[in-house]
Design a protein around this ligand. Structure first.
Ligand SMILES: *Cc1c(COP(=O)(O)O)cnc(C)c1O
Length: 361
């Protein structure tokens, strides 16, 4: 199978190799050193401010979305949540569950967040803002410079879910005034699913140290304390952390963030250029689309996007990514993260062309 989903994605051979080894014992100075290196390399890739720290959470991206909501905010906050797709909606649900007062900025799915929309929320006493860098369900890329300036002006704590956008799209905590940001192991880092990582500036650290969280596993103050000696409070997904270390070092040795960004961007552009003649249209405006994923709408009457996913899987041995909910019949997605070659993209395009010949799209 060739995998064009948005996660888990195709892993590098080096990552697979490490996954085949025995799991080492981890309460050792050797493992602590690996963790310290993971922390500093992640801070660098997020372009985090000085004294930033990282929380290594064993749990998928959603665990760190929830952990962030629990640790950074309280009932005394008043937060803005951008809901432009299923991950934005997840933040709304998390604020409900944890009783964080919130206002939802509800966007038409696939549409950008604009200055015009944001200006309604200036000087309204908001203390926090939550949104995705890339809303993976639609492929929209939010204008993080616009958001960061808005938050900076209004003294708003900015928590960004960069789970899918990290490495695919330009992202800088410093430039974009981001206080805390997360990513997950199975997205562009191309590791097995299992872990998610939160990079936190000093304000974020202060918030979770002061906050009395009613949870043992999600107590970030405890993670920060243990992290000082390169450890986690509980047994982490040790193999993933070793794979992370290898991956981060390889990124570092191969031109850093700039190069990864370029590789993924070029791959997305290559794919989008190759499908121009096919009966699909992009779900998001081209200038506001993430490099992580392309969401496509089949334009011919009566064609089900979900059916395309099924046929491509069963008859061509390729996974593309179906959509859920209301968009299931209307939209499918093609991911650009993970270890994907140009040859594999050509095979996907050839499969689409074949479907066209068979009058199936
Ligand atoms: C994948 C993803 C997540 C996390 O999903 P999990 O299934 O919990 O790993 C969160 N936010 C975004 C934007 C994502 O793409």
């Amino acid at each position: 199978m060739i995998n064009f989903t948005v996660g888990p994605v195709q892993m590098d051979p080096e990552t697979q190799q490490i996954g085949a080894q025995q799991i080492p014992y981890f309460r050792t100075p050797e493992f602590s050193a690996v963790m310290k290196e993971n922390e500093s390399l992640l801070c660098k890739l997020f372009d985090a401010p000085e004294n930033a720290r990282v929380i290594f959470m064993t749990g998928s991206g959603t665990a760190s979305m929830e952990g962030g909501v629990m640790n950074f905010f309280t009932q005394n906050d008043k937060v803005l949540v951008v809901n432009g797709g299923s991950f934005g909606h997840r933040f709304v649900e998390l604020c409900q569950i944890h009783e964080i007062p919130y206002t939802e900025i509800s966007l038409e799915y696939g549409q950008p967040l604009t200055q015009d929309i944001l200006k309604n929320f200036e000087n309204q006493g908001y203390t926090g803002m939550l949104l995705q860098l890339c809303e993976t369900s639609t492929g929209i890329l939010y204008d993080m410079n616009l958001v960061g300036d808005f938050c900076n002006r209004n003294n708003i704590f900015l928590f960004v879910d960069a789970v899918s956008g990290f490495l695919a799209d330009k992202f800088s905590m410093k430039e974009m005034h981001v206080n805390a940001a997360i990513t997950g192991s199975q997205k562009a880092l191309s590791l097995p699913p299992s872990m998610s990582f939160t990079v936190m500036d000093s304000k974020a650290q202060e918030r979770c140290t002061k906050n009395k969280v009613k949870s043992m596993y999600f107590n970030y103050a405890d993670y920060l304390k243990n992290g000082e000696r390169g450890q986690t409070p509980f047994t982490p997904a040790v193999a993933t952390l070793l794979q992370l270390n290898d991956k981060l070092k390889r990124i570092e040795q191969n031109g850093g963030i700039q190069n990864v960004n370029n590789v993924i961007k070029k791959r997305a552009e290559y794919f989008r250029a190759k499908i121009k003649h096919l009966p699909f249209k992009m779900f998001t405006p081209e200038n506001a689309t993430s490099n992580c994923v392309t969401a496509l709408i089949p334009t011919n009457q009566g064609i089900s996007a979900y059916r395309i996913f099924e046929i491509i899987k069963d008859e061509y041995g390729i996974w593309i990514c179906p959509n859920g909910g209301e968009l299931a019949q209307k939209v499918f997605r093609v991911g650009h993260i993970g270890n994907i070659t140009e040859e594999e993209i050509n095979r996907l395009v050839a499969a689409f062309e074949d479907l066209q010949k068979r009058n199936l799209i």
